[in-house]
Design a protein around this ligand. Structure first.
Ligand SMILES: C[S@@+](CC[C@H](N)C(=O)[O-])C[C@H]1O[C@@H](n2cnc3c(N)ncnc32)[C@H](O)[C@@H]1O
Length: 290
């Protein structure tokens, strides 16, 4: 099993207890973007336990969630009490799931499907109005060529008038992270967590040790805005808007977490315009976010 997929075997069981705030931060932005219309087609990459996918499906959109971790996908699927056939998402591999879920909280059919898949290599049969990739999921892609591969897949999956909304942690996030181990109880789990960050490679490794000594390792890479903007451009997309942190303040180069709204550029002229906007957002940070 891929080591990132393995990283969530145990954490998946308590993920929703402690990590749902990202979804709450994203919803106002996504609601504004999606407007009053229902039935938009949305692809959530690195969907985890389906927190965002289910919220968007409850709003009447058709959502497909893809995640590398079978354990996270299982949690996402278990949130539905019934399944029926329809949606047209395809993914190479044995675990294609093209079902519609039934929302347990309202007993209404919600159009949501979950597949095990890799954001660096997935293929979909139809394009989407919106692609999302939230809460550090992109930081698990630790090599620049893989980041390009992921963005190329996104470009193929998003329609020409669609949008790509995602976030990533910057070096400032890991550099200011408290050193040493922290201990806490999340749901039924007693967890010890610690981080090691290497400034040169910008690799961050977070370990979670559970009460019975099972250890899960999360390997992520910090990204600078300039790298992300360049990779997007190389794949036919450009940043339209960027924000700093969960409160979605205007982007500044000191951000620890950047939230981006990106769009494909269909022709060279439009691409040039957006590229200029990107260049303005690509200055190197000079100090840490307070
Ligand atoms: C911190 S969780 C975020 C989950 C969800 N997006 C949220 O906002 O709660 C990161 C997720 O990214 C997934 N992930 C990491 N690398 C991936 C990849 N290459 N392809 C698909 N999913 C990936 C992990 O399995 C995990 O579920």
């Amino acid at each position: 099993m891929d080591r990132t997929a393995a990283a969530y075997e145990r954490l998946s069981g308590v993920y929703d207890v402690d990590w749902r705030h990202a979804v709450d931060s994203y919803l106002p932005l996504l609601d504004r973007l999606l407007g009053q219309e229902r039935g938009k087609r949305i692809l959530d990459l690195g969907c985890g336990t389906g927190l965002l996918a289910w919220e968007l499906a409850r709003r009447g959109h058709e959502v497909v969630g893809i995640d590398l971790s079978p354990a996270m996908i299982n949690v996402a699927r278990r949130k539905a009490s019934g399944w029926g056939k329809t949606m047209a998402a395809t993914h190479p591999g044995p675990e294609i799931d093209t079902d519609i879920g039934l929302d347990r909280t309202t007993a209404a059919p919600a159009k949501v499907a979950f597949s095990i898949g890799d954001m660096r290599s997935f293929r979909v049969a139809e394009q989407f109005d919106l692609v999302t990739c939230t809460f550090d999921a992109l930081n698990y892609v630790t090599e620049i060529p893989e980041l390009h591969a992921a963005f190329r897949c996104v470009r193929d999956a998003v329609s020409d008038h669609g949008r790509f909304v995602f976030d990533f942690a910057t070096p400032a996030m890991y550099e200011t992270h408290p050193r040493g181990a922290s201990h806490r109880t999340i749901g039924s789990e007693r967890i010890t967590q610690w981080l090691r960050y290497d400034r040169a490679s910008r690799l961050a490794v977070t370990w979670f040790r559970f009460g019975d000594d099972v250890v899960e390792m999360h390997r992520q890479r910090a990204y600078e805005m300039v790298e992300v903007a360049r990779a997007l451009r190389g794949c036919g997309m450009a940043v339209e808007q960027a924000f700093s942190g969960w409160r979605m303040r205007a982007y500044d180069s000191l951000a620890q977490r950047v939230i981006c709204l990106a769009a494909p550029f269909p022709d060279e002229d439009e691409g040039k315009l957006r590229t200029d906007a990107n260049a303005r957002m690509s200055e190197k940070p000079t100090r840490n976010e307070p």
